[in-house]
Write a protein that binds this ligand. Sequence first.
Ligand code: ADP
Ligand code: ADP
Ligand code: MG
Length: 446
Amino acid sequence: MFEKILIANRGEVAVRIIRACKEMGVKTVAVYSTADAEALHATLADEAYCIGGPRASESYLNKNALLTVALESGASAIHPGYGFLSENADFARECREHGLVFIGPSPEIMDLMGDKDQARRTAKAAGVPIVPGCDLLESPEQAEEEARRIGCPVLVKARAGGGGRGIRKVLRPEDAPAAYEQAKAESEAAFGDGECYMEKFISPAHHIEVQILGDAYGNVFSLGERECSVQRRNQKLLEESPSPCPALTPEIREHMYECARNLAKSVGYQGLGTIEFLFSDAGEFWFMEMNTRLQVEHPITEFVTGIDLVKWQLRVAAGVELKDFRQEDIKISGHAIECRINAETPDFLPSAGDITMLHVPNGPWVRFDSALYVGCSVPPYYDSLLGKLIVYSRTREEAIRKMRSALGELVIDGVDYNADLQLDILSNPKFLAGNYHTNLMEHLYE
Ligand code: ADP
Ligand code: ADP
Ligand code: MG
């Protein structure tokens, strides 16, 4: 196992990783921006270094500063968390060049799977169905032609996109050029890459994803699925495991797992990863993308499998072989739900400020992953995720009741947050019936 690692992230995920390291006897090095000098992750780590100004480009995306601190502090590996540099193959390459382990797949695999357009081809080659669409677009005119050929509605999608950004819906072919320009500009600004492709817009559909863990010896395991169809603007809000979708029969579920494992095996995938699918009520599914990193919603999988994903991610990165794992021993039991607690107003505007009072719900199988404490500040520069409330119960009904009770108890004073919206989702009839699609939020109050 590593003796010391650097965590190139902030917020709840940095805290989550530091906790896993402490339990495993791994020393931790935190980095922070000037806006995060008092942040929890910097306090909890064994060492902490300021690496730059508040903007992510000055600090958490500052590759040179991260590599320098890692080398100077004697860390042997870097955990990128999610977001920031977690899917940046160039950064993984630079880590390797400096003799540092990047905790994630190799840069070659990230090239294959991180670029969404390339990932479609990789999936197809592995025999996994992909959404009908086209390769990279070369011009606005070509966008219109392809929209006509594929058949509207379609989505223009940035190959580098993430967190729901770089996606535009096209209802009529003549609108495709403008949508293409918008997606391109948005992705260029957010990810420094404006290349886009197009996919048939599948609706109504479920977003169902499969958790994967692979080691350096070609062993790949699937760890159940997560239903992530509760989304606003293509961003997840609430996730549950297993999926309650009635069309996901045991046979289709098994086939989806097999496709996910085959795809991961076909590229020699090492580490934690998630294969995202769109799923129709007719039982068809299509590969959408792979996230080559730890995912925000990983705790629900931890609850239903009893497996600590971050610890295993660290172990496989250190070269441990998954020889005591057997696919048939990975059993999914009970039901877990996660609500993302975002700092935002009821109109979805970001909210920042100092936390003046905090009451965190508790009780059996209630987990709150966050970096909040009374007196901490929520800076305006980063992601709006304040924390994640996760509950686990024997049945879905019990889990929903537990989540309602926990949300009702949660108090965060100093910023606006979305607990009321989450309670509305938990009482929506379609949600309660367990058969809802990615458009649920558009019809939440109907
Ligand atoms: P998950 O798939 O784990 O649910 P999200 O899509 O919600 O993750 O993204 C988690 C965080 O990572 C968000 O802050 C999001 O903006 C960021 N993110 C996702 N993909 C990328 C990317 N390709 N580049 C940079 N940041 C990203
Ligand atoms: P990101 O990298 O931002 O997570 P994804 O490719 O995973 O991008 O898409 C984000 C969300 O957008 C999906 O979870 C899904 O709800 C929706 N989406 C993406 N592609 C399609 C599609 N072809 N048809 C319908 N919905 C889609
Ligand atoms: Mg996605």
